[in-house]
Write a protein that binds this ligand. Structure first.
Ligand SMILES: *[C@@H]1O[C@H](CO)[C@@H](O)[C@H](O)[C@H]1NC(C)=O
Ligand SMILES: *[C@@H]1O[C@H](CO)[C@@H](O)[C@H](O)[C@H]1NC(C)=O
Ligand SMILES: *[C@@H]1O[C@H](CO)[C@@H](O)[C@H](O)[C@H]1NC(C)=O
Ligand SMILES: *[C@@H]1O[C@H](CO)[C@@H](O)[C@H](O)[C@H]1NC(C)=O
Ligand SMILES: *[C@@H]1O[C@H](CO)[C@@H](O)[C@H](O)[C@H]1NC(C)=O
Ligand SMILES: *[C@@H]1O[C@H](CO)[C@@H](O)[C@H](O)[C@H]1NC(C)=O
Ligand SMILES: *[C@@H]1O[C@H](CO)[C@@H](O)[C@H](O)[C@H]1NC(C)=O
Ligand SMILES: *[C@@H]1O[C@H](CO)[C@@H](O)[C@H](O)[C@H]1NC(C)=O
Length: 422
């Protein structure tokens, strides 16, 4: 199928990881997506307005670059009967996706689109299975830069033999990862290679179709963390959605996707908004804003533009995410969905980022002790410290920081050079 030597070479390398020659995908994506803001009720006016807001609100200046059109962009009536081509809905997108992409590119931004590795998208629109090459070529011709591939309407011929249980992880992390093992006949046997699963195959067909285009299209897997995607996702896409759990299989070129941001939506308090963004950034998840930008308050804009968190998440040298080092309310290394680990740290070029969450419903004291942070140099007990939310230097701090944290809030500090307290 691949006639050129260089494409074949690219695919050989893709087995180890989806490494693109132009560097796209080394760091996780920053952008906006239409779904959480508009659901199916999208059109080109709204997408172009979002692109303009990305610039007006300064998001482009701090690195956000993708404007992603989610589900419901295609004509629901179906493909062109003679060519099989997928058709953008002419009422919603009178300029076509190409016309919208041209306008977004003219603003210096990139454009993303959505599909599903099934017979229909989750919203019931034409999808990609069986049409991968045709659609990848259409996306490339339109100027698409990012493709999110959902997992709805998987046809019978593509169901995984095994559905539950990842024994290797179960032994390591406990039975909460994808359910208990050895209970039903559909549990994968010990040592099962999920890279040979039908799910992996479905997503690889699309990867190959995208790689065969003469255009870089960042490939975002949205298969809901199924089929032990952590095992094969790095060779298939640039990011993959996770099911849950706190095992960060993250490094350059491969990113756990904790799902799009809800900043600006629903009932999140300002404290919860801070925590949400801080942890998505600390985990190095793609940061995809999903709200109506016109009505986003400045407080929220500023959280999304926090330079300490963005520079941690986009660090060019350190690819690993922050990790929990102490659970806080609960005993270390216990899993509890409503009370996750509270103390986290991670390494970056600018220093060690440390976060402390208060998951309780009341204010509580959180004490970050330098001696407990695994990333910190143990031969010093004093470090230059900056509050990531205020940007204020706290000077040379000895021992650590003890502070009252309001309910569901997260405090964060950038710990810099060793110092001598004055
Ligand atoms: C998109 O929707 C908005 C709000 O309903 C409307 O004002 C606008 O005219 C629509 N644009 C197109 C191209 O349909
Ligand atoms: C394709 O053909 C079917 C059946 O004739 C028709 O209902 C449908 O509208 C056609 N779709 C397009 C996009 O022309
Ligand atoms: C893939 O699906 C087909 C059809 O359902 C099934 O026969 C086959 O065993 C599946 N393969 C794997 C590896 O699960
Ligand atoms: C691939 O795209 C580049 C940049 O648009 C272009 O210069 C080149 O001619 C294209 N190559 C092929 C084989 O189409
Ligand atoms: C993905 O593959 C790249 C390139 O081989 C490697 O540097 C990186 O550590 C891998 N990431 C993960 C999460 O395994
Ligand atoms: C907001 O909170 C209320 C009360 O907790 C809840 O009933 C409602 O569903 C929430 N709304 C959203 C959009 O999450
Ligand atoms: C939890 O981890 C922290 C940091 O390593 C350590 O200081 C503390 O003693 C541990 N607590 C328990 C109960 O093991
Ligand atoms: C989760 O942690 C909270 C706080 O310690 C505790 O009250 C609750 O019982 C725990 N839940 C589970 C399922 O362990």
């Amino acid at each position: 199928m691949y006639t050129s030597i260089s494409l074949a070479a690219l695919l050989v390398r893709a087995v180890a990881a989806l490494v693109l020659e132009d560097g796209v995908g080394k760091l996780h994506a920053l952008g906006w997506n239409s779904w959480n803001a508009f659901g199916c009720n999208i059109n080109e006016t709204k997408v172009i307005a979002a692109a303009n807001q990305m610039i007006a609100l300064g998001f482009k200046d701090v690195g956000y670059e993708y404007v992603n059109i989610d589900d419901c962009w295609a004509a629901k009536t179906g493909r062109d009967n003679s060519t099989g081509q997928i058709i953008p809905d002419p009422a919603k997108f009178p300029s076509g996706i190409k016309g919208v992409a041209d306008r977004i590119h003219a603003l210096g931004l990139k454009v993303g689109i959505y599909g599903s590795a099934g017979t229909q998208t989750c919203g019931g629109y034409p999808a990609q299975i069986g049409h991968e090459q045709l659609d990848a070529a259409a996306f490339a011709a339109w100027g698409i830069d990012y493709f999110k591939y959902d997992n709805c309407y998987v046809p019978d011929g593509w169901i995984d033999t095994y559905t539950a249980c990842v024994p290797d992880q179960w032994q390591k992390y406990g039975p909460y990862v994808n359910g208990p093992c050895g209970v039903s006949a559909s549990d994968a046997p010990i040592g099962y290679d999920w890279a040979s699963s039908n799910t992996s195959h479905r997503y690889n067909i699309m990867r190959d179709a995208l790689l065969a285009q003469n255009r870089t299209i960042l490939y975002s897997l949205c298969e809901w963390g199924q089929a032990n995607v952590q095992q094969w996702g790095n060779a298939t896409g640039s990011s993959w959605r996770i099911s849950g759990g706190i095992n960060p299989y993250v490094n350059f070129w491969g990113h756990n996707d904790a799902d799009m941001l809800e900043v600006g939506n629903g009932n999140l308090t300002l404290a919860e908004t801070r925590s949400h963004f801080a942890f998505w950034a600390a985990m190095k998840s793609p940061l995809i804003i999903g709200t109506t930008l016109e009505s986003l308050p400045d407080t929220h804009v500023n959280i999304l533009k926090n330079k300490y968190l963005l520079s941690f998440s986009q660090d060019q040298v350190h690819g690993a995410p922050a990790i929990p080092y102490k659970w806080g309310t609960n005993p270390n290394w216990t899993f509890n969905a409503t009370h996750p680990a509270e103390y986290w740290s991670g390494k970056s070029t600018r220093g060690i980022l440390t976060l402390a969450l208060n998951g309780l419903d009341t204010s509580a004291t959180r004490e970050i002790l330098w001696g407990e942070i695994p990333h910190l140099d143990t031969d010093s007990d004093a470090f230059m410290t900056t509050d990531i939310w205020t940007g204020k230097s706290l000077g040379c701090r000895k021992g650590g920081i003890k502070t009252v944290v309001q309910s569901h809030d997260t405090v964060g500090y950038l710990i810099g050079e060793k110092c001598t307290p004055g």
